[in-house]
Write a protein that binds this ligand. Structure first.
Ligand code: MRU
Length: 303
């Protein structure tokens, strides 16, 4: 994303990888629509975009309109807690009478810093020459920039390691095939797309050294909601002795939730099929959670 005062520019993630189209959002309605339709997606990215949506409302109509925009933006997508975290931050800025636009910019920059720190902490988990499985897109496109799971892989490469990536395709929006492959290829990674239903078989082959994914909401005990199919990858990793890591900033941790049972799961309306968009991987299947504060291992007690 890019910010011009008065306009949030979003790289349209529905058009990638064939077309690189930047969509201008000049008011909060446009931002809400972009989040709802998934022109922008990925937990930290929708938090950043929503913060800019509040800033646009504030520029146009002051504090009253900005407060109304909080509700509009909160109604766009239910699972990723970063959205509600960012809106709570914006509400605090409004309550304190702070510069709301400056607060949105700070949330965005802070998200990139968190990703860089996640990368620094996580790089040690990736061996030189490793083949890594990832699921969905937890990259620069899904965050303020740099990425969480893909940030770890970027940092490993910046540390001089060679990394090969297998990207699960992730239906029905194909984030892995369209977005992860696109952004890693642009960065010069060796990346191959695999169908989600090939992951277990490939993990059994012994050719994958680790799996790393992002998250949309993590409860205090370490249960992690992420793109549907993540749970299956974690089960297959467990069965075949492959470490399974989750990388996420603390803005993804829902400190109000003791376990993942209460995480709301979004469904995609789609004719002729049932598409829950997320699943919850129980903490016992997660080898470690990589955050900007360091690498956490079980038993998780995140706070
Ligand atoms: O439905 P999406 O594309 O917003 O789902 C995104 C994911 O599940 C990502 O893996 C998650 O948000 C982590 S992004 C750093």
């Amino acid at each position: 994303m890019r910010w011009d005062p008065g306009c949030l520019w979003l790289l349209d993630q529905l058009r990638l990888p064939r077309e690189e189209i930047w969509v201008p959002c000049r008011d909060e309605q446009a931002v809400a629509e972009a989040i709802r339709t998934m022109q922008v997606r990925g937990a930290p990215a929708i938090g950043c975009a929503a913060a800019f949506g509040v800033a646009l409302a504030w520029r146009a109509g002051g504090a009253a309109r900005a407060r109304a925009s909080l509700e509009l933006l909160a109604g766009t997508r239910p699972t990723a807690v970063n959205l509600f975290w960012a809106l709570a931050e914006m509400r605090r800025a409004l309550d304190a009478g702070d510069d709301v636009e400056a607060r949105a910019l700070a949330i965005w920059r802070d998200d990139i810093d968190r990703c860089l720190a996640i990368g620094r902490h996580g790089a040690a988990l990736v061996g030189d020459g490793a083949t890594v499985l990832t699921h969905c897109n937890a990259g620069a496109l899904a965050t303020g920039g740099y990425g969480t799971a893909l940030g770890v892989l970027r940092a490993a490469r910046e540390a001089g390691k060679s990394v090969r990536v297998l990207a699960d395709e992730t239906r029905p929006f194909d984030q892995g095939a369209r977005l992860t492959a696109w952004e890693l290829q642009r960065d010069g990674f060796d990346v191959e797309v695999i169908p989600d239903n090939a992951a277990a078989w490939i993990l059994k082959s012994g050719r994958v050294q680790l799996a790393i994914v992002g998250a949309d909401r993590i409860s205090k005990n370490g249960d992690a909601a992420n793109k549907i199919g993540t749970y299956g990858v974690a089960l297959a990793c467990h069965e075949h002795g492959v470490p399974f890591y989750v990388a996420a900033p603390f803005s993804t941790i829902d400190l109000d939730l003791a376990s993942g049972d209460a995480i709301p799961i979004e469904e995609r309306p789609w004719e002729g099929g049932r598409y829950p968009a997320f699943d919850v991987t129980p903490a016992r299947l997660i080898t470690a959670i990589v955050t900007e504060r360091g690498v956490f291992r079980p038993p998780y007690d995140l706070r």
